[in-house]
Write a protein that binds this ligand. Structure first.
Ligand SMILES: [Ca+2]
Ligand SMILES: [Ca+2]
Length: 405
């Protein structure tokens, strides 16, 4: 065989190989062919499968919500089956990545997607705002003063903590009032400040040593006590307690009111005090914040030697008439061994109109109701008064016996 024939043979072999490959491909893609029966009879048709491994491909759709981007950027990508694809979410300024949705979940970032089917993933972002917390002199806050970032709509509890000797006085900035702790809804950049002031100071009280007495009423031994209240913050008085004792040490009070809820600044004593005795009293008060004063310094009073006289009068006749002398008599009661020493009478329409006698005689010249007054003073100098309405009637006609002949 010469060289030319050999080249022709080689070319033919190559061409034959190409043909065989092409035919093979046709067989593979048709999946069926005709097989001639072994008996040489009529041709039978038989299906048979040819299995081949393909390198399939899938699409990955990446989306980004408002407030951020992804890497790879949002779009549709094609990957070979089984490929691992890393996708990273990047929030814009003022936003935070909040998680994956679609065919992915969680907040892993970047996330790895295994391409075993067509997939679609979405990167979600949420708006964020800053909350700046400040505190004035005299306290701090929890969270501590500073600037914090929260997801839009977050509810943040902030507590003001006053230092010792101070009190929280209120919020300012994007908050107000004195609610503590306060809840802030972070739906915008916000700034709040906690302010503090000196704590509530105790009130002060001083007894007023000008006790008021109302004698001749059966309360001769029981003065009304007065005091002066004061408070640094002008908190009103909410309560008082008074003790009265014949001992200046208040070791055995004759009267102790206990706490009395009252804004008043006087108290009518009720103690069963003795006559002719010195008593000491003191008072403490509470302001409207329930802060208590200390006991005041002491004031004192002295009860009378005895009861004041019970002024009274009597008259004769009991039903006087005009022009008829009426005998008035001091019918007062004197106590503690005292006796009357002075009398001051007044007679409306009477003659005389006044008298300083103990038992004066008076004539009323006109009819009607007359007021008679008497003030008596006892030997201790205690005075009391009384008055009485006296009806003056028609005079009785004078009868003269006449001899009938
Ligand atoms: Ca106060
Ligand atoms: Ca006592």
């Amino acid at each position: 065989m010469n060289k030319q024939n050999q080249n022709k043979k080689t070319t033919w072999v190559i061409q034959l190989a190409v043909i065989i490959v092409l035919v093979g491909i046709l067989v593979i893609f048709n999946g069926n062919t005709k097989v001639k029966g072994t008996d040489g009879g009529c041709c039978a048709t038989s299906n048979y499968k040819v299995t081949l491994s393909f390198t399939s491909q899938y699409s990955l759709t990446i989306s980004a919500g408002t407030g951020g981007t992804t890497d790879p950027a949002a779009g549709i990508y094609t990957y070979n089956s089984g490929a691992s694809v890393s996708v990273k979410a990047t929030p814009n300024s003022g936003y935070e990545f909040s998680g994956w949705s679609g065919d992915a979940s969680g907040t892993t970032n970047p996330i790895t997607i295994t391409m075993d089917s067509d997939k679609s993933i979405i990167a979600n972002f949420i708006r964020q705002y800053k909350l700046t917390i400040s505190s004035g002199t005299g306290g701090t806050t929890d969270p501590a003063p500073g600037t914090y970032t929260y997801d839009s709509g977050a509810s943040v509890s902030v507590k003001a903590n006053p230092s010792s000797g101070y009190q929280f006085s209120g919020w300012s900035g994007d908050a107000s009032g004195t609610t503590n702790p306060i809840s802030i809804t972070v739906n915008a950049d916000k700034s709040i400040t906690a302010s503090f002031g000196l704590g509530n100071q105790a009130p002060t009280v001083s007894c007023n040593d000008a006790e008021q007495w109302i004698h001749c009423t059966g309360r001769d031994r029981n003065p009304t006590l007065l005091w002066t209240y004061s408070d640094p913050e002008s908190n009103p008085q909410s309560a008082y307690e008074i003790q009265v004792d014949d001992s200046s040490s208040f070791s055995s009070p004759e009267e102790d009111t206990g706490w009395v809820s009252s804004a008043g600044t006087e108290y009518a004593t009720r103690g069963n005090f003795s006559w002719d005795t010195s008593y000491y009293w003191h008072i403490k008060v509470k302001d409207s914040k329930d802060v208590e004063s200390s006991w005041s310094s002491s004031c004192s009073f002295k009860t009378p030697l005895h009861a004041y006289p019970s002024a009274d009068l009597s008259k004769s006749p009991s039903v006087p008439v005009a022009g008829e002398p009426v005998q008035f008599v001091d019918a007062s009661t004197y106590y503690g061994g005292s006796y009357g020493t002075a009398w001051s009478w007044s007679f409306q329409g009477g003659t005389p109109a006044t008298s300083t006698q103990v038992n004066p005689k008076v004539t009323f010249s006109t009819l009607g109701t007359k007021t008679v007054g008497l003030t008596v003073t006892d030997s201790s100098g205690y005075s009391c008064s009384c008055s009485e309405s006296v009806g003056i009637g028609l005079p009785i006609p004078k009868w003269k016996e006449i001899i009938p002949w």
